[in-house]
Design a protein around this ligand. Structure first.
Ligand code: NI
Length: 223
């Protein structure tokens, strides 16, 4: 599932994150890439142990927890600490698939990949996130404060930056439901139940559809 969630950060939180991006020192982004990805990764990254990393991570994790669309789509078991990346002209990130396992203080499986756009689209040229799936190529450049989610098994790249500056936070989610097709079914079913509740709150089918949702989740979730 390829899903854009608009304005997952409030304007207030976005302003705080952007102010920290202005303040911090960036280093070479290759330090956290796997061997193959390091050959194609060409960007700048904030140190994992920087004080600002903790502050920005707190803001983002809090925003994710209170967003029902994110929770319904990702069914998160674990949300990793974001990497804070900056791309300036001449930088890009060639075609790659994200590592299946992220090693660290907490080691986890990557099921869902996420990019949170912190720069406005008019602040840089190029730099589209290009994701390949069975429908073809998707070129993604979202408003500042918006998020895209995609299956971590997808081939993807960041097009070269030709002007301005592209600041993003990228992170990975281990889902309670590892299979993307199963997550898609649950997401659609949940959306339809919510829609039916809004339109016909007394419909008796709501209870049985909700039971089906929970029983599928019970069948598929790994905790
Ligand atoms: Ni990637």
């Amino acid at each position: 599932m390829l899903l854009a969630i608009e304005q997952i950060l409030t304007l207030h939180d976005l302003a705080k994150v952007r102010a920290l991006f202005e303040k911090v020192q960036f280093g070479d982004g290759r330090v956290t890439a796997g061997e193959l990805a390091a050959q194609v990764k060409n960007n700048l990254q904030l140190a994992f142990n920087a004080a600002e990393t903790r502050v920005m991570t707190g803001i983002i994790h809090h925003a994710l927890q209170r967003n029902p669309q994110f929770v319904s789509a990702a069914l998160p078991k674990l949300v990793g600490t974001p990497l804070f990346n900056r791309y300036v002209p001449g930088m890009d990130f060639g075609n790659h698939v994200d590592n299946a396992i992220r090693l660290g203080e907490i080691t986890f499986r990557t099921d869902v990949s996420a990019t949170l756009f912190c720069s406005r689209p008019d602040e840089y040229e190029g730099g589209e996130l290009v994701i390949e799936d069975t429908y073809g190529l998707h070129k993604i450049k979202l408003p500042a404060g918006s998020l895209v989610l995609y299956p971590s098994g997808s081939l993807h790249r960041v097009e070269p930056i030709t002007g301005g500056r592209r600041d993003v936070a990228v992170f990975w989610v281990q889902s309670m439901v590892r299979d993307d097709a199963k997550r898609c079914l649950l997401f659609q079913l949940d959306a339809d139940i919510q829609s039916l509740r809004a339109r016909a709150p007394d419909a008796p089918e709501i209870v049985t559809l909700a039971a089906t949702y929970h029983n599928l989740l019970r069948m598929w979730a790994e905790l």
